[in-house]
Design a protein around this ligand. Structure first.
Ligand SMILES: Nc1ncnc2c1ncn2[C@@H]1O[C@H](COP(=O)(O)OP(=O)(O)O)[C@@H](O)[C@H]1O
Ligand SMILES: [Mg+2]
Length: 255
């Protein structure tokens, strides 16, 4: 019989990159995140949905090592993490190309390798023709494409998204959902995606986690079985509506 280990992870599936065991976070007297267990594997896109202030951003910060848990442990299987926020945070004086190159420059990547990776990332997000524009010449959706490309250049194995499309109109959001799905299918990272949109969560994910109001806990886990690549028309099918309804009901119950 093999020796038992403390891990709760089933190693017969795809390798996991993040494993939370009883991970909680308090800020002084405030419990921001109740102890939670969560395993994220390569090739999974896991959405987190829950009421404001329930600890979603806290969970992402812990996943990125920008913050440490107050209880429990996180087993990281990679140092390669990308983080995309709702605000594109582009440097206004740098061209799109030089913004997208920024993280690679900071990481000390060679000039030739950076140029190649930047060109590839710009093509993937559809910004090749805007490489020499300044951020102020871009729409909100294009800024977010640049932000995605900037993180993509480092080829993250874990990709964290904190409501990246929350400020965009519906049509732009749908288009960017397709861009993100392309990135996901091409690079097969492990994704954690925070959103307020039930539709977006179901459309993009392999699994949706519904969190309760503060202190946040994961109250429901819903597998999303639709095959990839998915077309936006999927959103208008009865099977999609049924699943989205389940997520919406769980969210209502948790809020
Ligand atoms: N650095 C911090 N110091 C104190 N309280 C914090 C800090 N970060 C988050 N919180 C609190 O933790 C709770 C969860 O916050 P957050 O993770 O940002 O929620 P969400 O992203 O789900 O809206 C909130 O009540 C918030 O005020
Ligand atoms: Mg947040």
């Amino acid at each position: 019989m093999p020796a038992t280990t403390a891990t709760t992870v089933d190693e017969t599936k795809a390798p996991y990159l993040l494993d939370f065991r009883g991970v909680g976070r308090r800020f002084g007297g405030t419990e921001a995140l109740a102890p939670c267990d969560l395993t994220v594997r390569r090739g999974e896109m896991v959405s987190l949905i829950g009421p404001s202030g329930c600890g979603k951003s806290t969970l992402l910060r812990l996943s990125s090592r920008l913050d440490q848990p107050s209880s429990g442990e996180i087993d990281f299987r990679t140092d390669s993490v990308g983080y995309v926020f709702q605000d594109a945070t582009l440097m206004p004086w740098r061209s799109v190309r030089r913004n997208v190159a920024l993280l690679a420059e900071l990481a000390g990547t060679s000039r030739a390798a950076t140029t190649e990776a930047v060109d590839a990332a710009l093509a993937t997000v559809g910004l090749t023709d805007f490489a020499d524009h300044l951020p102020r010449q871009l729409s909100g959706g294009m800024k977010m494409r640049a932000s995605l490309a900037r993180s993509l250049v480092l080829r993250p194995e874990v990709f964290l998204f904190d409501e990246p499309f929350g400020a965009l109109d519906e049509i732009t959001r749908g288009r960017l959902n397709l861009v993100l799905m392309d990135l996901f299918l091409e690079h097969r990272f492990a994704g954690l995606f925070v959103t307020h949109s039930v539709e977006e969560a179901v459309f993009l994910s392999t699994r949706v986690l519904v969190m309760s109001a503060r202190p946040g806990r994961i109250v429901e886990e819903i597998e999303v079985p639709f095959a990839f690549p998915r077309s936006l028309d999927l959103r208008y099918t009865p099977a999609f509506a049924e699943l989205a309804g389940r997520v919406a009901k769980a969210l209502e119950a948790a809020s």
